[in-house]
Every structure is written in C-alpha cells, then in structure tokens.
Ligand binder design. Sequence first.
Ligand code: ZN
Length: 305
Amino acid sequence: MSKQDCLNKFLLQDRSARVISVQLDSVWQTAQANQPGSEAIRSLLGELMAAAVMLSANLKFDGSLLLQLQGNGVVKLIVVECRQDLSIRATIKLNHEPHANESGLQALLNADGQGRFSVILNPPRDTPGRQPYQGIVPLTSNTVAEVLQDYMLQSEQLQTRIWLATSDKRLGGLLLQRMPHDGGHTTASAESHSDSWGHANALCDTIDSNELVQLDSDTLLHRLFWETPVIGLESASVTWRCGCNRERVAAMLRSLGKQEVEDIVAEQGQVEVTCEFCATPYRFDAVDAEALFKAVSAHNTDQLH
Ligand SMILES: [Zn+2]
C-alpha cells in the first residue's frame, strides 16, 4: 500500500493496548487549499483531521463521525467529517481576520470561556428513525490532543493518549488506547498488563513532532516498539471526498422558502452558493430558482418509487 494518506492499526502482543497511526499528505493539501486562516488555525484543522480519522477507525461506527470546535475568538467553527470508509472533508469558519501571533485553542477559540468541543455520530442516511448522537465538552485544555483525551476518558471511559503533529505538507497522528484486562483475551496478570500500558506510554512520549510528521507508519512503529512485539491488524487508505452536489444545494434552497430565494434573485440576479468544504460554486439563475419550487411536487412523487 502507498505510504501516502493511510491509517494503520496494531495491537501490542500482550493485548494491553491498541495503537493507531495516521499519515496524511495529499488529503491534507487538498483540505487546506480552500480554507482561510493563519498557519496556527490551519494546524488546528489538521490536528482535528488526523484525530477524526483515528477515532473513526477506533469506533468502527457505521455512519459518519463529526468533530467540531466552536468558539467566539478568531475562530467560529472548525468541522471535520470522517465517514466509515475513511473519506474525509473539513472546513474553517472565522469570526474575523486572525492576528499573526495567536495560537492554541484557548487564544483562538475560547477567549470568552464559551468554547466547546463536540463529537457527533451521524447514523447512515437510510437508517430508520435516524438520530445523531452528540457529546459536548468544554475547552479546558490548550491542544486538540488533550481535549480529545479528556473526552475519551469522560464519555467512553477509555484511557486514550493521542499525539498529533502538522506541517504545511503532512499530518501525523498516533493513538494509544488501553485495552480492558477482563475479556479473557490475555494470559498476562493485571499487574503486567498495567506495566505494559505504562511502558507503551513512555515509549510514545519519546516521539517528537518532526518524527510524527515525517516518518511512515512502519518506521514509526519500529522506532517505538522495536523490542515489544506488535501485531498488525489493518491498513486502510484515507481519501478526500466532499459529497456536495447540486441536488443537495437545491434541497437547502427549498428549505429557505420561495420568498427568500426570490428576494435573493431580485437583488443579485441569481443565487450563488459556494460549498464551504471544497469551494465548488453552485449557481441558480432566475429560471433555475423558479424551477426549484415548481419541481417540488414532481420531486416528492419521484421519491415514492
Ligand atoms: Zn463540496
């Protein structure tokens, strides 16, 4: 498998911990291309992307996982959506232009203490009675990794450590999660299980940001666990996919209502909606806009089939 844009899962041989690593190259460059903000803000986006891919692979949830940072500083919103096939999209919304010297979650998002981090699990579109799950925690830490660690401990009761690093070309992430010592999957004593978890933590803490960004998964794992056997579980590719299309934009315009759309056309000559994630423009002129609402009855009938 290509070393680009990929995720790898491992298990320590004594089953004390699960290890997930991710390296993103072209997916990261595509994600950044249409997003605003300073280097510090884009680096938050990158960290959230690497984290979303690792959590998706960890949760094995059949739908999409959204990670959201919301705040009232320079940054209004950062959203990353990762689907179960590890296709991903991401966007940044700013409240105002950034100052060059601001960095970290607290300065960028939590100026007034109202910043929040949410994890949303959206079931697949065709699920009957589709209800998303949402978990929200306040922003008490200064890094994405720390916020996520807190979240995993509070919501999932799972001891999880996360390391994230970004450069303008690449993202790297590493997740270490303690496995329960009860399922009968291990012959090791509780004490050696605990020692092994502590040792794995200490090893992963020796990785610096440069290594995390630069090294491919095999090299990273060898660098960390050369004397501790690990079992490779899974490798998967990560892709960028927005998923926006004209029909979804049309549905959004219909939900605004006929009057509102007519007002925009009267004022601007057309309605133009630009996708926040991939910057694709969707234009509806006066004729298109009228057709949106004429087509409603036919559209509804179509959906019965
Ligand atoms: Zn799009």
